[in-house]
Design a binder for this molecule. Structure first.
Ligand SMILES: [Zn+2]
Length: 434
């Protein structure tokens, strides 16, 4: 077997193509200048960093899941940029979404079919935008311990909270939102609960015996979005409906097939397509999880699918009904919010094959609860795709050993042509002061 070797190159596009002849080489292409579409260059770490703008491009001999990892400290990567399209392409390119004028330390990376990770040498660059700031869609998996809470912000600044974690983690959620959003304008355009379970809807109302501490009472909320038909009216759902009535907040019950073209609650911003793939329990097993709202979000070429706590039996229904659409590509997702916290009763092989994500987001709090998730079996299925897995209790790029201090918020940012993952620590949420 040939030795795997990485030969990071910091030359022009032509040189990068020559690099394709190197066994398993990962070549980082550079040079170019001017308008939209330029390549960027970098210099090996330790040399004076070069200014780069526009795009990063790289290639590898072995088709592989490729990404560029970068951050402001050597060896500490907080941003991971992925090309759009499929994991098994040889030539990758991704727009640079970094802030202007910052020295970044970076390396490219490929995951071979064997699972072997082949990194390039580390290099440095100073970011310069080669074009106007792009319109951005962001999706953050918020670390709220055990539970789901996600914030989507559309290109025009619309704020959509998807699930809200458990009541006892509402302060974590509020802290994140006040940090993330302008505290002078504490409003959310839409709050959506995928289903009525406490670890998804609880933060909207907070502790039931403590009026006033939920999201609905502390933020100005434009609209509440619920699934079509809950399996039961949980105490949290009852309180949501009570607050909506008393505060005159509009409530929309989504139905399967609803989309941004006909449903105001799904209009997240210019260029964002949102479609509902599931909004009630159609499998008839009485399990609330299977009534979870499933969203397919499209922005340019970028695709994200998120489906609450959907279990395998309901995933199968979605694969049956949508798996063949668009020539079999309708369910393809660059980013998949993994169902049911990564439990083995979800993320079936068929669902993962149909969605085939490059990045998987798993909201979990395994260090806090006895029944840990994600399940090893689910992780193995994701790694086999191969997908990079990000967990809220382990916010690091893929395949390292979990460590207690790695709790974090994980944000996916896309300009419709590419996407990157940004990681922010949230350790304080799990380690309250003594
Ligand atoms: Zn849940």
């Amino acid at each position: 077997m040939r030795a795997r070797r990485v030969d990071a190159r910091f030359a022009g596009r032509r040189a990068a193509r020559a690099g394709l002849t190197l066994a398993s080489a990962l070549a980082l292409a550079g040079a170019g200048c001017g308008s939209d579409g330029v390549l960027v260059s970098g210099r090996p770490h330790g040399e004076r960093p070069e200014e780069v703008s526009g795009e990063i491009a790289w290639s590898s001999d072995d088709p592989a899941l490729g990404s560029v990892m970068y951050g402001e400290s050597p060896g500490r990567y907080t941003r991971i940029a992925y090309p759009l399209g499929r994991a098994w392409e040889q030539e990758h390119r991704t727009p640079l979404l970094a802030e202007d004028g910052i020295v970044y330390h970076a390396k490219a990376r490929a995951v071979l079919p064997s699972g072997e990770i082949v990194p390039s040498r580390e290099f440095s660059f100073v970011s310069r935008r080669g074009r106007a700031r792009p319109e951005i869609l962001s999706w953050t998996m918020i670390d709220v311990g055990w539970g789901d809470a996600h914030l989507a912000v559309g290109p025009g600044g619309k704020r959509i909270l998807i699930d809200s974690g458990r009541p006892d983690h509402v302060e974590d959620l509020v802290t994140f939102l006040m940090d993330e959003l302008d505290p002078r304008t504490p409003f959310l355009d839409v709050v959506l609960a995928t289903h009525e379970d406490s670890d998804h809807i609880g933060g909207l109302v907070g502790a039931l015996d403590d009026p006033g501490d939920g999201i609905l009472e502390r933020f100005t909320v434009g609209r509440i979005v619920l699934n079509e038909a809950p399996e039961s009216i949980t105490p949290e759902l009852a309180k949501v409906l009570e607050i909506a009535a008393s505060d005159s907040i509009a409530v929309t019950h989504l139905r399967e097939g609803d989309s941004d073209t006909g449903t105001e609650a799904l209009r997240w911003g210019e260029g964002i397509g949102v479609r509902v793939l599931n909004a009630r329990n159609l499998v008839g097993d009485g399990v609330a999880n299977n009534g979870s709202i499933v969203l397919r979000v499209a922005f340019g070429s970028f695709r994200l699918i998120a489906g609450g706590d959907l279990e395998a039996v309901a995933e199968a229904r979605i694969v049956d009904d949508y798996g063949g659409a668009d020539g079999g590509s309708f369910l393809r997702a660059d980013v998949l919010k993994v169902n049911h916290h990564g439990h083995d009763d979800a993320s079936s092989p068929a669902y993962l094959a149909a969605t085939s994500p490059v990045v998987a987001l798993v909201p979990s709090g395994s260090l806090e609860v006895a029944c840990s998730a994600p399940a090893r079996s689910v992780l193995e299925r994701l790694f086999a795709l191969p997908a990079d897995v990000y967990r809220s209790d382990f916010a690091r790029p893929v395949r390292s050993v979990p460590c207690e201090d790695d709790y974090g918020h994980v944000t996916v940012v896309s300009d419709g042509r590419s996407f990157e993952v940004r990681i922010r620590p949230s350790a304080a949420l799990h380690h309250p002061p003594d």
